[in-house]
Design a protein around this ligand. Structure first.
Ligand SMILES: Cc1cc2nc3c(=O)[nH]c(=O)nc-3n(C[C@H](O)[C@H](O)[C@H](O)COP(=O)(O)O)c2cc1C
Length: 351
């Protein structure tokens, strides 16, 4: 008699998958799952999203941040950031950043005209190049201006309008809860909330308890975000905060198969790490010019190195590589025998 094949999930993994695979209504559209790719400049590019889709995809994809002013005239066939594959249109939300409600509305109309899932408004980016232009997280200092932008975009399009934001400029949940209510009132269909204060670039742990407060202040879906590295973290975030979905950032760079693993029981083999890096290299070369491909491959390897006990070897070989050919050689050397894999990423690479 044949022995039964092992179940794809342990009981605990099955519970998580069941929660993540529940459909979620966002505005007038329905998503097939609740695990999302968080927006990430440069690393969340079209090549990386194709890699994720090769493992079976995920619920919702957020693009990297696009400057709203450029969106109406951007050419999606050659743009490094306003770019997608036809197959992902139905689940790709384009993130825009800007401060002028009319400009944001015009960008949203272009996104709608391209037949994409939705438009995501960035009120979370706290790098100084953005906040010194009084956009991104800087707008959290002016709740009325932020809400006016949401209203203008809401009026402009009927596709889902979502907002990504963080705690604000001081470690206090009250302004974040107030912002959540303002965003909902202004017409946002869902929120992604990253509970860190704006000047903190991930040096301190996110305050997940603030996600629970934001969630209970609004009726629209809330995606929790911040420091979800393992399936256990994901389950804990869902359970302790009551959030409707989870947006994963850095770990989705380190393990592009994470969506397949947590939602469908995919198990990476010893060869998966090396093959995935080589696949991404090929995809980046296909989508980007050599300079941009190299830049993005280096950025990817920054997070990918966090997977390995001796990740610093991969990290320095890649960062010192003058071109993609040298990166190919570095990958071959590092993955010649399967490297020792960390269960949780080495956070030194993740900051
Ligand atoms: C390289 C990188 C680029 C990012 N770019 C953006 C961005 O363009 N827009 C945005 O809203 N957040 C951006 N973020 C923040 C992430 O979306 C996310 O909030 C943060 O990484 C915390 O989630 P994680 O712990 O799952 O990585 C970026 C983060 C990283 C690491």
């Amino acid at each position: 008699m044949n022995s039964p094949s092992p179940p794809p999930f342990s009981a605990e993994e099955g519970v998580l998958a069941e929660r993540l695979n529940r459909p979620l209504q966002i505005g007038n559209r329905s998503l097939g799952g609740r695990l999302a790719l968080a927006p990430m400049t440069q690393v969340g590019n079209v090549a990386h999203r194709e890699l994720i889709s090769r493992f079976g995809g995920c619920g919702l994809l957020f693009s990297e941040m696009c400057t709203a002013k450029t969106v109406p005239t951007e050419n999606p066939r050659i743009s490094p950031f306003f770019r997608w594959r036809d197959e992902e249109r139905h689940q790709l939300s384009i993130q825009i950043v800007g401060e002028d409600p009319d400009v944001m509305a015009a960008a949203a109309r272009r996104i709608r005209d391209e037949g994409l899932f939705g438009v995501d408004l960035n009120f979370g980016c706290s790098v100084s190049a953005i906040t010194c232009r009084r956009i991104g997280a800087a707008l959290l200092k002016d709740p009325r201006a932020a809400a006016t932008i949401v209203k203008a975009v809401r009026k402009a399009v009927d596709i889902p309008v979502t907002v990504k934001y963080r705690t604000g400029w001081r470690d206090d949940p009250a302004p974040a809860v107030d912002m959540a209510r303002r965003f909902e009132e202004a017409g946002a269909d869902a929120l992604t909330f990253h509970p860190r204060v704006a000047p903190d670039r991930r040096s301190r742990p996110p305050r997940w308890e603030y996600i629970a407060q934001v969630k209970s202040a609004v009726t629209i879906p809330v995606f929790g975000n911040g420091d979800v590295f393992t399936a256990e973290d994901c389950r804990k975030m869902l359970e302790t905060t009551g959030c409707d979905g989870v947006a994963v950032g850095r770990m989705a760079i380190a393990r592009p198969w994470l969506f397949a693993q947590w939602c469908r029981g995919y198990r990476p083999s010893a060869g998966t790490f090396g093959e995935t890096a080589a696949d991404l290299q090929r995809l980046l070369e296909q989508y980007f010019d050599p300079r941009r491909a190299l830049q993005r491959m280096k950025k990817f390897c920054y997070y990918y190195s966090a997977n390995f006990r001796f990740g610093h070897t991969l990290f320095s070989a890649v960062q010192n590589a003058p071109d993609m050919a040298a990166i190919g050689q570095a990958l071959q050397a590092f993955f010649a025998s399967p490297p020792e894999v960390n269960r949780r990423p080495n956070l030194n690479f993740f900051r």
